[in-house]
Structure formats: structure tokens, C-alpha cells
Design a protein around this ligand. Sequence first.
Ligand SMILES: [Zn+2]
Length: 227
Amino acid sequence: MGFDTGILLLIPGLLIGLWAQFRVKSTFSKFSKVHTLAGIPASQSVADMLRRENMGGVKIERTSGTLTDHFDPGSDTLRLSDSVFASDSVAALGIAAHEAGHALQKMDNYAPLAIRSAVVPSVKIGSNLAWPIFLVGLIANWEPLMFAGIVLFALVVLFSLISLPVEFDASRRALKMLSEGGYITEEERTGVKRVLSAAAMTYVATAIAAILQLLRLLLLANGRRRR
Ligand SMILES: [Zn+2]
């Protein structure tokens, strides 16, 4: 196995990633134009939803950017992007409720979320240092250093895998809250599902890309050992 053959492994990951990004953007844009019958802005609906779940303490803020919506478990703050916050669209309601789903996960001590939050600091270190450490090990032909790089990158893979149940569960909770609270009609529910599954696909794509990168590291290390 030559130095560059493994790079081919990255191509499917890259393509799936691009496809998922394209799909989430186009689905979001399509359902951003579909107004809900209830006509209540996402920020208001989600505040109401959280109150019903006895989570009125969660702050709701507006944040800039597109698809930058997130729940910050540290400060119990739900940040909704400009295109979601004041919108009453099917897409906005789906995204906002998904983030509220993360808030619910925290309240329920949902284990995968706790694990994901716990590994975040080491994953940040891992994603920054894995390749430099590995490459130095490869050039110096020193196995322990290559191994350390692989272990650091494995943390990144672990993080991307643990994100999958967290994301799917948040979307499940979102659909439940939206339907049971009467925020969306049966027809709108189909649109919300499409938006949320497109968003979930970006996490699947990230996980696949990370696994392929890990495989490439293993191939590189293995190729060097056999020389
Ligand atoms: Zn999420």
C-alpha cells in the first residue's frame, strides 16, 4: 500500500458529505417557504413547548447565520438562527423543536448526551492533534507516535458515532412535542420529518467520513510497518 492509495478512501466520505449538505440546505429552503397553519413564530412555539415540559427556565436567544441553531447545555440556552427565530414555517418549527429536544434530553439525563458532552474537550484536542502527531510519527517512522495519533483520531470517530443516537432522539422528541401540542397538522408533520431527516443525514455523513479517515490512518500505519 503506497502513501497515497488510502487517500481514495476519503472520496466517498467527501461526496456523501457534500450530498448531505446540499440536501439539508435544499430541504430547509423548500420548507422555509411553507407556513404552518397555526402561524406562530418558532421562538414562541418552542417557548410554549418548553413551559409545558416544565422547562420554562431555558433561555431562548437569536443567533446569526443559517442552520446555526443549537442548544447550549452549559447555560441552558436555546439559540435559534435568524431564519428560524421569527419564522412560522414548517422548517423553522422542526429545527426549533429539535433543539428543544436536546434541552429535554439534558433534563432527562439522557445517557448518550451526557457521554457526548463529556468527551467534547478531548475530541477538540484529538481533532487538532491527531494528524500532526500521526504525521510526525510516520516521518520519523516511530510507531508509538503513529499509534497515539490513531487513538486521538478514534476519539473523533467515537464522538461522531455517539452523536447519532443523540440527534435521532432529539428529532423523535421534537415530532412528539409538535404533534401532541397541536403546533403542526398531520400534513405539516411530513414536512417536518423531511427537514429533520435531512439534518440527521449530515451527522451520518460526518460519521462515515470520520470512519474512512480512521481507516486511512490505519492503512498508512500498516504500510509503513511492513517496509
Ligand atoms: Zn441536534
